[in-house]
Design a protein around this ligand. Structure first.
Ligand code: GDP
Ligand code: MG
Length: 439
């Protein structure tokens, strides 16, 4: 994947005390290939590489104490810029209700995302109304009604015999009459962009004058998603993009190209089929995730929302100071289990993404059980000071946990790697905030 390729490039650079212009060029050639392979738009890649090069061959970088790290930081910042820089927030009308129109091709995830968004707004103490504007796809209305019931958000529908434009008009009026502060209008998609669809969307647009026109695109479709975005944007003036199916095996191309190609920011990322699998999109966090630096902030936020805040803070401190032990590891596994799909969470922890990629150490629930058994077979002293775990101790741990010496060795090695990554991360972030120690 993109992350492992970039990590390879950077681990080469990081090893060097001095970086020559040739080293930078070589690294940039590899970054370029990695991005193209991840299905990032060709022109976007070209501009990106030019920008990074310009900054990376400067004298300060070459003469810096840790040139490799400085270059990674430059790439990180440019990736963040590429995706819009800072978080693009959902618009809020000062004359409620705020009207949100969901548009996109069939199967992109409009209806699902409409439900997720309603749930998110409801959690923020808003009173959203969902409007069933897809009268063409069989069962589309029912799908929205089921979602609405599940999250206890009202759904406005006039069946499938009234025109979508009229449904949208009356839906908006209904929201005004009932004090809903957000109206989320689900619309129909087609398999391909067609003029009839665009015409109808334009009419709805004219009638409800939305504050947000959110294009929902399937991230799995890579550059196609970007082309779709470009086309919709030319016809409808989008206000934001929602990238869906980021939980799947996407290559990252859509996330990295959409903003640069269309000028339209990504506002949300959908990471699963479940109703709460929607997150505000943070370019900086996505960049860190792509670079394999994990996504600690999202993880910590998630933890704070779902589990013991005190513990989460303590964990963050330990990670920053690289004081993380096997005891913390165990405790974190316990907490993590409460948070849901392991796969997604693992990607957020520095180093864990890499661990997951290791073929014979797939991080599924069963595998987690084996890892847990290994850690539980360590003595307290061993958990607190992993460096004392010598060959004999490893043999004992393997026997005690019913695993093999090879498995124990692997876990300890990966744990070491993880700690190293955390150290790097904490030096990147510094105690007072981002990058304070680096320059
Ligand atoms: P629409 O035609 O644009 O309204 O798309 P739907 O909302 O009906 O979604 C199409 C399919 O994609 C459904 O099976 C959804 O469960 C699925 N889906 C939507 N968002 C996501 C996501 O973020 N991840 C995954 N894995 N599936 C998703
Ligand atoms: Mg739909």
């Amino acid at each position: 994947g993109l992350t492992s390729r970039l990590q390879n490039v950077f681990s080469k650079l990081r090893g060097k005390g001095k970086v020559s212009e040739e080293d930078v060029n070589e690294a940039m050639r590899e970054v370029r290939l990695a991005l193209l392979e991840a299905d990032v738009n060709f022109k976007v890649v070209k501009d990106f590489i030019a920008k990074v090069k310009e900054k990376a061959v400067g004298k300060e970088v070459m003469d810096s104490f840790t040139p490799g790290m400085v270059i990674i930081d430059i790439v990180n910042k440019e990736l963040t810029e590429l995706m819009g820089g800072s978080q693009a927030k959902l618009a809020k009308s000062n004359k409620p209700p705020t009207v949100i129109m969901m548009v996109g091709l069939q199967g992109a995830g409009k209806t699902t995302t409409a439900g997720k968004l309603a749930k998110m707004l409801q959690k923020q103490n808003s009173r959203p109304l969902l409007v069933a504007g897809d009268i063409y796809r069989p069962a589309a209305i029912k799908q929205l009604q089921v979602l609405g019931e599940q999250i206890k958000v009202p759904v406005f529908s006039l069946g499938d015999q009234t025109s979508p434009v009229e449904i949208a008009r009356q839906g908006l009026q209904h929201a005004k009459d009932n004090g809903n502060d957000y109206v989320i209008i689900d619309t129909a998609g087609r398999l391909h962009i067609d003029e009839e669809l665009m015409e109808e969307l334009k009419q709805i647009h004219e009638v409800v004058k939305p504050d947000e026109v959110l294009l929902v695109v399937d991230a799995m479709t890579g550059q196609d998603a970007v082309n779709v975005a470009d086309h919709f944007n030319k016809q409808l003036e989008l206000t934001g993009v929602v990238l869906t199916k980021l939980d799947g095996d996407t290559r990252g191309g859509a996330a990295l190209s959409v903003k640069a190609v269309t000028g339209c920011p990504i506002k949300f990322a959908a990471i699963g089929e479940k109703i709460d699998a929607l997150e505000p999109f943070h370019p900086d966090r996505m960049a860190s995730r792509i670079l394999g630096m994990g996504d600690m902030l999202s993880l910590i936020e998630k933890a704070q929302a779902n589990i013991d805040e005190q513990k989460a803070k303590e964990m963050e401190r330990k990670m920053r100071n690289a004081e993380f032990t096997f005891e913390d590891f165990l405790e974190q596994m316990e907490q993590v289990k409460k948070l849901g799909p392991l796969d997604q969470l693992m990607d957020m922890i520095p180093g864990m993404g890499k661990m997951k990629q290791t073929q014979d150490l797939k991080v599924d629930e069963k595998q987690m059980g084996r890892i847990e058994a290994i850690v539980r077979s360590m003595t307290t002293k061993e958990k607190q000071n992993p460096e004392i775990i010598n060959h004999n101790r490893r043999k004992r741990i393997a026997a005690g946990s019913g695993t093999s010496l090879a498995e124990v060795n692997r876990l300890i090695k990966q744990f070491d790697e993880m700690r190293r990554m955390m150290k790097q991360l904490s030096s990147l972030m510094g105690p007072g905030g981002k990058n304070s120690k680096m320059m």
